[in-house]
Design a protein around this ligand. Structure first.
Ligand SMILES: *[C@@H]1O[C@H](CO)[C@@H](O)[C@H](O)[C@H]1NC(C)=O
Ligand SMILES: *[C@@H]1O[C@H](CO)[C@@H](O)[C@H](O)[C@H]1NC(C)=O
Ligand SMILES: *[C@@H]1O[C@H](CO)[C@@H](O)[C@H](O)[C@H]1NC(C)=O
Ligand SMILES: *[C@@H]1O[C@H](CO)[C@@H](O)[C@H](O)[C@H]1NC(C)=O
Ligand SMILES: *[C@@H]1O[C@H](CO)[C@@H](O)[C@H](O)[C@H]1NC(C)=O
Ligand SMILES: *[C@@H]1O[C@H](CO)[C@@H](O)[C@H](O)[C@H]1NC(C)=O
Ligand SMILES: *[C@@H]1O[C@H](CO)[C@@H](O)[C@H](O)[C@H]1NC(C)=O
Ligand SMILES: *[C@@H]1O[C@H](CO)[C@@H](O)[C@H](O)[C@H]1NC(C)=O
Ligand SMILES: [Cu+2]
Length: 568
């Protein structure tokens, strides 16, 4: 008996330590056209496994994901694991022509990577043309076994994916814009978990319902998966307590409204502390660009107290209460919100900086090339829209991915002369002369030594229009140590740097007509794209890429490419 007990004890210990260890999760994503009906009309929508939104992946910190992506659609596709650091596994990052060539129709590729030291909400999405309009889903990372959240455990958890829907094929929309040089058509609806909600035609039967019980707390994992639009989000009569963003915990703070740029996530606790009823949660545009058309509609879901729900057909459920959302141009609310973020854990902000960079970000206009017909120059005054960082409009290669070209030493695919500073100093946020509007196309990378401590000032310009750009860096989280309006002034603005508890994120909303300063340590070798997460701006060239060298030894060296890596 005693021996048996000892044995079962040992077995128990082995079992517990195994289950506390990391797991490998395997999934199969089939990219396929699926009939999806929204706004009264059915489209052949590109989805993962016929699901819209796509499957939610739920893992623990330390787990490994192996996702076999099989392309049964008629478009090239890649999948990006947004916010996953991909330490030494850059081949699994996903942006097409950056870390891999696209998975062609009929092809497949297995993404294999470990999520380490990140907890909270991330997401995955296509990183090829505009496919991410419908190819996206949540990636939830919970604490390791035996560890808990740094806040009271919520009774429920609900992913809230904000999206954008075209009553058209999104690929046709972007192709039309590429052809004409004009801005692409704006969307026809926003969505919550892929449903537009009650305020749109033919949508009320499928409105998303989120349950809550009186007295209990629900964790909403809000993700802005919209293609081109920063969004306000609010729940009628309920306060939201922010506890995390971009899979980093924040010091909790309470707010009535969120603003997320595309790419950003925000985890909030919501308590069932109101009279049992039905309340709308709603999202609509934060629009900072001037004189630009935008989708000015409102998407809703319903927060429903269980005691107020209505399963029986004859019951009259109360009409949900509608929140009052900020005006589309309420930049003050955006500023107050973004300045409330603080990291929860002790921040390890690099102080001695090796690479002090200054990048202008903004739009531009190309004069109509002489061999182009008028119908290909339908931007403002017969131009074509473009965009740039430091006056370089980013062009993706077509014959090799950047990472492959780097790894195999293939010349002629890119250069490493991306400028550390704007080639020309001017009043970035002032009345910019028309002669400065046209950037230079190029595939220019900026080389970083392994381990270098990097600071980037991201400076919006008012060329064409100032705008809040959500700038996303692949392969890294960074600290946002300051933000402000006007032109960044080192003499005045360095004193505003928060080196104590700045928030850590993977996407920063650079204030409209303003700047943000970010810092990170280049400890992940590979090629990492830095880009605006408004897809309309990526296709115009609002991007650049870092080439981070290997360090010393295996642990500071990128892994070899997987054998099934798609080539061009
Ligand atoms: C864009 O909008 C215009 C005007 O409504 C419409 O004629 C055109 O068909 C739309 N393009 C696409 C690709 O849906
Ligand atoms: C957007 O819609 C709101 C009402 O929902 C209206 O007050 C506002 O003027 C509209 N803005 C634009 C630019 O159309
Ligand atoms: C927002 O837009 C409205 C018109 O739609 C305008 O009256 C108001 O001044 C604008 N507010 C700001 C802060 O720009
Ligand atoms: C287009 O031309 C008009 C008239 O010359 C001018 O007022 C306007 O600012 C121009 N727009 C752009 C974007 O250059
Ligand atoms: C790849 O494409 C670039 C740009 O078109 C070209 O300059 C380069 O020669 C090509 N490289 C190879 C190896 O084909
Ligand atoms: C901007 O500058 C141009 C000349 O470069 C001038 O014609 C225009 O009036 C100025 N606009 C404003 C708003 O100051
Ligand atoms: C960008 O470069 C082009 C070509 O040299 C030049 O015409 C333009 O003025 C530059 N613009 C800025 C903002 O530096
Ligand atoms: C698909 O990707 C291949 C390279 O792998 C490229 O040659 C082809 O042009 C792409 N097709 C489209 C429609 O972009
Ligand atoms: Cu942008």
């Amino acid at each position: 008996m005693g021996v048996f007990n000892k044995f079962s004890f040992i077995f128990l210990v082995i079992f517990l330590s195994l289950s506390a260890n990391a797991e490998v999760q395997r999934h199969r994503f089939v990219i396929q056209a699926t009939k999806v009906k929204r706004l009264c009309k059915t489209h052949n929508t590109i989805t993962v496994n016929g699901m819209f939104p796509g499957p939610t992946l739920e893992i623990k910190n330390g787990d490994t994901l192996e996702v076999q992506v099989v392309n049964k659609a008629r478009y090239n596709v890649t999948i990006h694991w947004h916010g996953v650091r991909q330490m030494r596994t850059g081949w699994a990052d996903g942006p097409e022509f950056v870390t891999q060539c696209p998975i062609r129709p009929g092809g497949s590729y297995t993404y294999r990577f470990t999520v380490q030291g990140q907890e909270g909400t991330l997401w995955w999405h296509a990183h090829s043309s505009w496919l991410r309009a419908t190819v996206y889903g949540a990636l939830i990372i919970r604490p390791r076994e035996g560890k808990s959240y740094p806040f009271p455990k919520p009774k429920r958890e609900t992913p809230i994916l904000l999206g954008e829907w075209w009553d058209a094929n999104p690929i046709d929309v972007v192709r039309e814009a590429t052809r004409t040089g004009a801005a692409p058509n704006v969307s026809d609806a926003y969505t919550i978990n892929a449903q537009p909600g009650d305020l749109y035609k033919c949508s009320s039967k499928e409105t998303t319902v989120v349950s809550v019980d009186s007295g209990e707390t629900n964790l909403l994992r809000v993700i802005n998966a919209a293609l081109n639009q920063p969004l306000f989000f609010k729940v009628a009569n309920h306060k939201l307590t922010v506890v995390g963003a971009d899979a980093s915990y924040t010091k909790p703070f309470t707010t009535s409204v969120l603003m997320l740029g595309p790419g950003q996530t925000t985890d909030v606790l919501i308590r069932g502390d109101q009279p049992p009823s039905r309340y709308y949660m709603a999202a609509r545009a934060y629009q900072s660009a001037q004189n630009a058309p935008f989708d000015n509609t409102t998407t809703t879901a319903i927060l429903e107290y269980k005691s107020a729900s209505c399963a029986a057909k004859k019951c009259n459920a109360p009409t949900p209460i509608m929140p009052s959302l900020p005006a589309y141009n309420d930049t003050n609310t955006v500023t107050a919100f973004s300045q409330s973020f603080r990291s929860r854990e002790k921040a390890e902000v690099p102080t001695d900086i090796d690479e002090s960079l200054f990048f202008t970000i903004g739009l531009g206009l190309n004069n109509c090339p002489p061999n182009f017909r008028k119908r290909r120059c339908q931007g403002p005054n017969g131009t074509r829209f473009t965009a740039s960082m430091n006056n370089v409009s980013f062009v993706l290669p077509r014959n090799f991915s950047l990472l492959q070209a780097h790894q195999q030493g293939i010349p002629g695919v890119f250069t490493t002369d991306f400028p550390a500073n704007p080639p020309l100093k001017f009043d970035y946020t002032g009345n910019v002369s028309r002669s400065l509007f046209q950037p230079v196309p190029g595939t220019k990378l900026y080389k970083l030594k392994y381990g270098s401590r990097v600071q980037i000032v991201l400076q919006d310009t008012s060329i064409v229009t100032p705008e809040n750009h959500p700038i996303h860096l692949h392969g890294y989280d960074f600290y946002i140590i300051a933000e402000g309006f006007g032109n960044f002034d080192p003499k005045r603005d360095t004193s505003k740097f928060n080196l104590v508890d700045p928030p850590m994120r993977n996407t920063v909303g650079v204030p409209v007509n303003g700047w943000a300063v970010i810092r990170f340590v280049a400890d992940n070798p590979g090629v990492w794209i830095l880009h605006c997460h408004l897809d309309v701006h990526i296709s115009w060239g609002l991007a650049m890429a870092f080439l981070v060298d290997n360090g010393v030894g295996e642990l500071q060296t990128i892994q070899p490419p997987p054998p099934d890596l798609p080539i061009c």
